[in-house]
Design a binder for this molecule. Structure first.
Ligand code: PHE
Ligand code: ZN
Length: 853
C-alpha cells in the first residue's frame, strides 16, 4: 500500500509569504538534456518568515546563487519535491541552473517531446518539474524567456507574449527571446520548439489593435488548420460582442501536438492543443469533429479573460475558470449553430458523464474540499456541472444583469487570483437571489432530485415539488438547493397557457395556478434550467412529445417515455404501443433535421443503467435491441424514405443544412441496421464506398462492423490502408473495433495493441483503443472477468508511463458498487491487485482507493 500519499485541503489555504515579481528563463535545448537557468526577483510579503521553500520535483541542481553569490551547500536543502533556501533577505535575486530530460518525459507534464516537437504542459503543477518555483496560481510574475536550440531541427521557437529578440550569432544554433507583459501564474507558462508548418491570419480588435494569428502544426498539415483559424476569429469577435472583452497582446499562437493528456491548454498567447482539436478536413474529420474544434478553440480563447486575466487563487477554485469558460463556449456554439441542438448535446454529455460520476464513489462538489492528485479533478463535475451552475446564475439574473455582473467581475478582479466567492459576490451585486443558499451548489455533491405531485380541483391546479438531496460521499446529510426552474403549462389542444420561472428554495413547496378550465399539462425543467433528475408522478410524455413548445422538454419527454418503455421491457418484456405510436409521430415531424436526428435517438445504455439499482447490462442491451427492432420493423419504409431523401445528392458541404441531412440519414441507417438484413448491409456498404465525407464513411464502417462480418472485413482493410498514416483517423478505427458488439472484441483489441500504428505513449491512441473497450459494457463486464483483468493489466502498465492517463482508465470501474455480487468481486480482486502494485502513482491510487472503500 502506498503510504506516502497525503491529501491537500481547501481549509488549509495560506497566503504566500513571497512574491516573485519577475522571472527570466533561459532554455538550452539539446537532444540528450536541457539546461534551464532561472533568475527570479523575489520579495518577502510576510516579514516573519526566514526560509524560502520552492516547489521542485526531482531537482538536478547545477548552480544556485543569491544576489550573484554562489550559495554554500549548508545554505539550502533539496528534498524530493522541494528546494529550501535558508535565511533569505527581504528582497533578492535568486539564480538557479538545473538539468532536465524532456525526451524521456512520458508523463507529458512539464517540458516534454511530442514526436520531434518540444512543448510544455504546466497546469496544474507541471512547472515545478521544469525549474524550482512557487508553483501556485496566486503567484503571478512577469516572464521573459530565451530559447536556444539547433537551427535546423528547431527553426520555430515560441513562448508567451511578444518576441523581443532573435539571437543569430552562432553557427548551428539560434535563439529567440520572448517577453510577456502580463503577470501570470506559472501554470500558464509555455514553450514550443520544432520544425513546424503554419498558417497565419490577422484580427483587428474593437479597439483597433491588429493581432497576428498563427496556427502551427506538423509540416504537411497546414491545410487542415483553416477551420480552427476561422473558429478563432469568430471567438474573438463573439467575446467582444457578448462580453465586451478584447484580446490584449499583438500575437496569438496556437500549436497542435499529437501527444497531449487533455484537449488543449490556454497558456497566455501560446495555446497548445491536442491535434485532434485543431486539424480537420472533410476527408479525415467528421461533422462532430468540426464542431468540437470550434468549441475547444473558443474555450481556450475565452480563458484569456476568464482564467488568465482573472485566475484562480488555488486549485480548489478550478471551477471558477472552467465552469465559467465552459458556459461561455456552450453559449458561443449555440450562437454559431443551432441553439436547440447545442443545448440537447450539452445536456446529453452532462448526463452521460457527470451524472454517472455524481452517483459514484468518486463524486465531489464542483468545488472539492480535498484532493490527493489535482490532476484527478479536471472532471465532468468541475467542468460541466460547473457550467450548469453558471447557467443558473445567468437564468436568475437575466441577460442584462448578468452582463453587468460580469463587467463588475472583470473590473474588480482584473489581474488577480480570486475565489468562487469573489465571483458570486459580483453576481449578487447585480442580481437578486439568495447567495448563501445558492452557494450549496459549490459545496454539495450528487445529483438532486425533484419529485412532482400534481393536483387539480375547481379550476385550481397545484404542483407540490419536493427536493430529494443525496447524502454526501461520506454519508453526511446535505441540504436542499436553490435554483430557477423553468416550466410551462399547456392546454389540452397543445397550446401554451403559461411559461414561467419558479424559484425553488425549500425542501418542499406547493405552487398554485388558478382560473383554469381544465387540468393543464405540465412541462417542467424547460431548457434543463437546473441539473437535476425530475421524478414524475403521472407524466404526459406522449402529449409532450407531440405538443411541447419547448424543444428541450419535447426531447426530454421522448427520452423519458423511451426510458420508461425500456424499463418495462426489462421487467415484463412487453412493448408499450403508445410509445411506438408517439415515435411514429416524430418520424413525420417537419422540424430542423439535426434536431429531429436527436429526437429519434433512443436512450443510451448509460442512461438506462442510471435507473437501475443493480446494473444488468445484458438485460439493458436485450431490451434496447428489442425496442429498436420493433421500431425498425414497423417503420421500415419511413426510415428508408428518410434515408433516401437525405442521402443524395451527395455533398461534402459543411453548411448546417448538409450537416443536418447527414445526421438524420445516418440516424435512419443506424436504426435500420438492427434489421441485420442484406438490404441494409448493402446500403451501408454503398455508403462506405461512395462517401464524400468522413462522417458518412465512419458511420457506414461502424454499421458494417456490427452487422455484416464479410463486408466489414473488406471495408476495414480499405480504411486501414487509406488512413494508416493519419493518426487522428486511426483513433476512429481503433474506437470502432474496441466498441464493437462482435464476440471476439477483446482478442482483437489485444492484437491491435501490436499494430504498428498503435503507440501506448500517445494518449489519444490509448483512449481510443483501451478507453473505448472500457466503455464497451457488454465485453468489459464479461462474466469471466476477462475484461476487468485486461484493463487492470493496462492500468498497471500505463501508470508507469503516464499516471494521468492511467487514472483516467481507472474510472471505468466506478460503477463497481452498482454491479451484481459476482462482478463486484471480480472488480475488487483486480483493483486490489492494481492498488498493491509497487510504485503506483498517487493519481491511480486516489481513484481506486475511493472505489474500493
Ligand atoms: N485548462 C485546460 C482547459 O480546460 C485543460 C487542461 C488541464 C489541459 C490540465 C491540460 C492539463 O482548457
Ligand atoms: Zn478550460
Amino acid at each position: 500500500m502506498n503510504t506516502e500519499v497525503k491529501a491537500k485541503y481547501l481549509k488549509d489555504y495560506k497566503k504566500p509569504a513571497y512574491a516573485i515579481e519577475s522571472v527570466d528563463l533561459l532554455f538550452e535545448l539539446f537532444e540528450e538534456e536541457t539546461f534551464v537557468t532561472n533568475t527570479m526577483q523575489i520579495k518577502k510579503t510576510d516579514a516573519s518568515v526566514n526560509d524560502l521553500t520552492l516547489d521542485a520535483v526531482n531537482l538536478e541542481l547545477l548552480e544556485l546563487s543569491l544576489n550573484d553569490l554562489k550559495l554554500q551547500e549548508s545554505r539550502y536543502i533539496i528534498e524530493e519535491e522541494k528546494l529550501t533556501v535558508l535565511n533569505v533577505p527581504d528582497a533578492f535575486e535568486i539564480k538557479i541552473k538545473n538539468k532536465i530530460y524532456p525526451q524521456d518525459n512520458t508523463e507529458l507534464e512539464g517540458l516534454y517531446k511530442s514526436g520531434d516537437i518540444f512543448c510544455t504542459q504546466n497546469e496544474p503543477e507541471g512547472f515545478r518539474s521544469i525549474t524550482p518555483f512557487l508553483d501556485r496560481p496566486d503567484i503571478m510574475s512577469l516572464f521573459t524567456t530565451t530559447i536556444l536550440a539547433d537551427k535546423k531541427k528547431y527553426p520555430v521557437l515560441l513562448s508567451n507574449g511578444n518576441k523581443i529578440k532573435c539571437h543569430e550569432d552562432f553557427k548551428e544554433r539560434h535563439g529567440v527571446t520572448w517577453h510577456d507583459p502580463h503577470p501570470k501564474p506559472s501554470y500558464l507558462f509555455a514553450l514550443v520548439a520544432g520544425n513546424l508548418g503554419s498558417i497565419s491570419d490577422e484580427f483587428t480588435t474593437i479597439q483597433g489593435n491588429k493581432v497576428a494569428l498563427n496556427i502551427y502544426c506538423d509540416l504537411g498539415n497546414e491545410q487542415k488548420c483553416h477551420h480552427a483559424m476561422h473558429s478563432l476569429k469568430a471567438s474573438m469577435k463573439w467575446d467582444e460582442e457578448k462580453y465586451g472583452r478584447a484580446y490584449d497582446l499583438d500575437i496569438y499562437n496556437i500549436v497542435a501536438v499529437d501527444s497531449f493528456n487533455m484537449g488543449a491548454m490556454e497558456n497566455k498567447g501560446l495555446n497548445i492543443f491536442n491535434s485532434a482539436y485543431v486539424l480537420a478536413d472533410t476527408d479525415t474529420a467528421t461533422d462532430a469533429n468540426f464542431m468540437g474544434i470550434e468549441s475547444v478553440i473558443a474555450h481556450e480563447y475565452f480563458h484569456n479573460w476568464t482564467g488568465n486575466r482573472i485566475t484562480c487563487r488555488d486549485w480548489f477554485q478550478l471551477t471558477l475558470k472552467e465552469g465559467l469558460t465552459v458556459f461561455r463556449d456552450q453559449c458561443f456554439s449555440a450562437d454559431m449553430n443551432s441553439a436547440q441542438v447545442q443545448r440537447i448535446e450539452d445536456v446529453k454529455a452532462l448526463r452521460e458523464r457527470q451524472f454517472v460520476e455524481d452517483a459514484s464513489p468518486t463524486r465531489h462538489p464542483i468545488q472539492p474540499e480535498s484532493y490527493i492528485s489535482m490532476n484527478n479533478f479536471y472532471t465532468a463535475t468541475v467542468y460541466e456541472k460547473g457550467a450548469e451552475v453558471i447557467r443558473m446564475v445567468y437564468t436568475l439574473l437575466g441577460e442584462k444583469n448578468y452582463r453587468q455582473a460580469m463587467d463588475l467581475y472583470f473590473e474588480t478582479f482584473d489581474g488577480q487570483a480570486v475565489t468562487t466567492d469573489d465571483f458570486l459576490w459580483a453576481m449578487h451585486e447585480c442580481g437578486d437571489f439568495d447567495l448563501e443558499l445558492f452557494k450549496r451548489w459549490y459545496k454539495q455533491s450528487g445529483t438532486p432530485r425533484l419529485h412532482v405531485k400534481e393536483s387539480f380541483e375547481n379550476g385550481t391546479y397545484s404542483i407540490l415539488l419536493t427536493q430529494k438531496i443525496p447524502d454526501d460521499v461520506d454519508g453526511k446529510k446535505q441540504k436542499p438547493c436553490y435554483y430557477p426552474l423553468k416550466m410551462g403549462l399547456l392546454d389540452r389542444d397543445g397550446s401554451e397557457i403559461l411559461a414561467k420561472t419558479l424559484i425553488i428554495s425549500k425542501e418542499s413547496e406547493t405552487f398554485v395556478f388558478e382560473n383554469l378550465k381544465e387540468k393543464p399539462v405540465l412541462s417542467i425543467n424547460r431548457d434543463f434550467s437546473v441539473p437535476i433528475i425530475v421524478e414524475y408522478g403521472e407524466a404526459q410524455f406522449a402529449f409532450l412529445m407531440k405538443y411541447d413548445t419547448n424543444s428541450f422538454t419535447q426531447y426530454e419527454a421522448t427520452q423519458n417515455f423511451a426510458l420508461r418503455t425500456i424499463s418495462e421491457i426489462i421487467e415484463s418484456s412487453a412493448i408499450n404501443d403508445d410509445f411506438v405510436d408517439a415515435y411514429g409521430h416524430l418520424l413525420d415531424l417537419d422540424v430542423d433535421l439535426s434536431y429531429k436526428a436527436l429526437l429519434l435517438e433512443l436512450p443510451s445504455v448509460s442512461a438506462v443503467m442510471q435507473l437501475q439499482k443493480e446494473i444488468d447490462f445484458d438485460a439493458i442491451y436485450d431490451a434496447q435491441d428489442k425496442l429498436l427492432l420493433h421500431i425498425a420493423q414497423k417503420y421500415k419504409e419511413k426510415l428508408l424514405d428518410i434515408y433516401k431523401q437525405n442521402h443524395l445528392p451527395a455533398s461534402a458541404s459543411l453548411e448546417a443544412k448538409y450537416i443536418a441531412k447527414r445526421a438524420i440519414k445516418n440516424r435512419a441507417l443506424k436504426i435500420l441496421s438492427i434489421l441485420k438484413n442484406d438490404e441494409v448491409a448493402e446500403l451501408a456498404q454503398k455508403q462506405y464506398e461512395e462517401s464524400l465525407t468522413m462522417t458518412d464513411r465512419i458511420v457506414a464502417l461502424d454499421v458494417l462492423e456490427n452487422l455484416h462480418v464479410s463486408y466489414a472485413e473488406v471495408a476495414l482493410q480499405d480504411f486501414y490502408n487509406r488512413y494508416k498514416d493519419e493518426t487522428l483517423v486511426m483513433n476512429k478505427y481503433f474506437a470502432i473495433l474496441a466498441s464493437s458488439s462482435r464476440y471476439d472484441v477483446l482478442e482483437r483489441v489485444e492484437k491491435l495493441q501490436r499494430d504498428k500504428v498503435y503507440d501506448e505513449k500517445v494518449p489519444n491512441l490509448v483512449r481510443s483503443l483501451v478507453g473505448s473497450f472500457a466503455r464497451n459494457h457488454k465485453h468489459f463486464h464479461a462474466k469471466d472477468g476477462s475484461g476487468y483483468k485486461f484493463l487492470a493489466d493496462k492500468i498497471i502498465e500505463i501508470d508507469k508511463i503516464n499516471p494521468q492517463i492511467a487514472s483516467g482508465l481507472c474510472g471505468a470501474f466506478k460503477v463497481c458498487d452498482k454491479m451484481n455480487k459476482h462482478n463486484q468481486d471480480l472488480i475488487k480482486k483486480e483493483l486490489s491487485r492494481v492498488i498493491s502494485t509497487q510504485g503506483l502513482s498517487k493519481n491511480s491510487f486516489e481513484i481506486i482507493d475511493k472505489i474500493l472503500k
